[in-house]
Design a binder for this molecule. Sequence first.
Ligand SMILES: Cc1ncc(COP(=O)(O)O)c(C=O)c1O
Length: 497
Amino acid sequence: MLELKIFLNQSTKRNRKTPIYKQVYEAIRTAILDGQLKAGTKLPSTRFISKDLKISRNTVMNAFDQLIAEGYLITRSGSGTFVANQLPDDLLEARKFFHRAKSKSESLRITSKRSELVLQSPDAFGSDSVKARAFKTGFSAIDEFPLELWIRNFSKCMRKMPRVNLDYGNTKGYMPLRRAIAAYLGSLRGVRCAAEQVLIVSGSQQGMDLAMRILLDEGDEALIEDPGYLGARGAFLGTGINPVPIPIDSEGIDINEFDKRSKNARAVYVTPSHQFPTGVVMSLSRRLEILEWADRNSAWVIEDDYDSEFRYDGRPLAALQGLDNNNRVIYIGTFSKILFPSIRLGYLIVPQDLIEKFESALALTTAHSSQFEQIALAEFINQGHFSSHIRRMRGIYAKRQKCLIDAINTELNEFLEVKKDNAGMHIVAWLKKGWNDRKVAEFVLENGIYVAPISHYCISEKIRDSLLLGYTGISQTEIERNIVRLKTILQNYPENN
Ligand SMILES: Cc1ncc(COP(=O)(O)O)c(C=O)c1O
């Protein structure tokens, strides 16, 4: 009894985030699993514990009730509460594992090699270490998003929605949204598809995962851009695909390297509208060469068209998908950049003969993305709000980019060299000779500003040390203020670092 009291006192050091009954529950459960409380041991009364721990008796009773319901404790009328004699099988299993995990520092549960690879594949540089928005890449202007309009539209849709929409929806997505996307892509991106070919997914990330699992077998090779998007590389590793890095030249992914680096690649992942992160726009001749390569090798082209809406000068080149006559392209788009990332909606355009396979795979993963957002988004597009939002954002982003480039040229020209980019949401700034981008970025991050080193996105290529600066997620005033701060930081950068 005394031991339990000490144990409870130690384990229930008040942690404000967890309800107290839960803390008492955890303390007793841990003591049982850990063997400190043996089967058949009588527990002190709830009155005694509540007095001793200076908590209400109800709180202790709640903890006891849960432990009884889960089979850890039993009550014997008139005699009190005891640790169950017969612990359920799964409890004993948990207990074995608990002991093993505690006796060694690492878990001995065996997981797949893929899970190790996923763990090793890097996140965006310093992704969880900085709160500052300046100068994170790929952040949309949430400050400019017409939230009131979105809420009004959402409520209107929910009010008039038939109750049947509370049921499971169509796995491939809400049909009016699929029609709206097909129409939008047809007129603005040169994508050729019927609404049937549009599959709604939870962002491009799910689209890439799905595409790899449907199109390739474990151990197959897929060509990826180097430097390139880490999310794609991670998705490939996670599905057991072997990503083969291919360098970028002035026309996009270097097709001359394809056969040298992989004899039997089954797919290539590309960002032709605006290569991530270099910003290179893939030339028309390179696009045609890639389609030819895919056809010759019976390989797939995964086209990630993540930020093509933000083109500031000239007309965007049409999507690769629209040039493909052999049904080799899987086109992936997202609403994360145009609207806001937490909406978690994106889409895949797949060849007719693959619809069924993708649908089955979707059914076994998310079943479908939340129907409410899909309904509201379809209406938002059909009412014309979507295209006017894109037009407005394009204007704002063009100004933010100009503001950033002007500020760098005025304040930071001894450290950074930049030039205008006709598209996208970030710029690449080349660093002063001799400076290592990763070390500079780490130093800048320690001082509260985020700049990503391009080398973080390289696998085997070594390219000129440079920093990526996102400009879409912050106002012009913030851009100017933070460039002045960055100047002070760089002036204090230890040269021989
Ligand atoms: C190249 C690329 N593709 C796709 C995405 C968007 O992914 P999601 O739709 O999963 O938010 C990003 C976001 O940063 C990106 O940089």
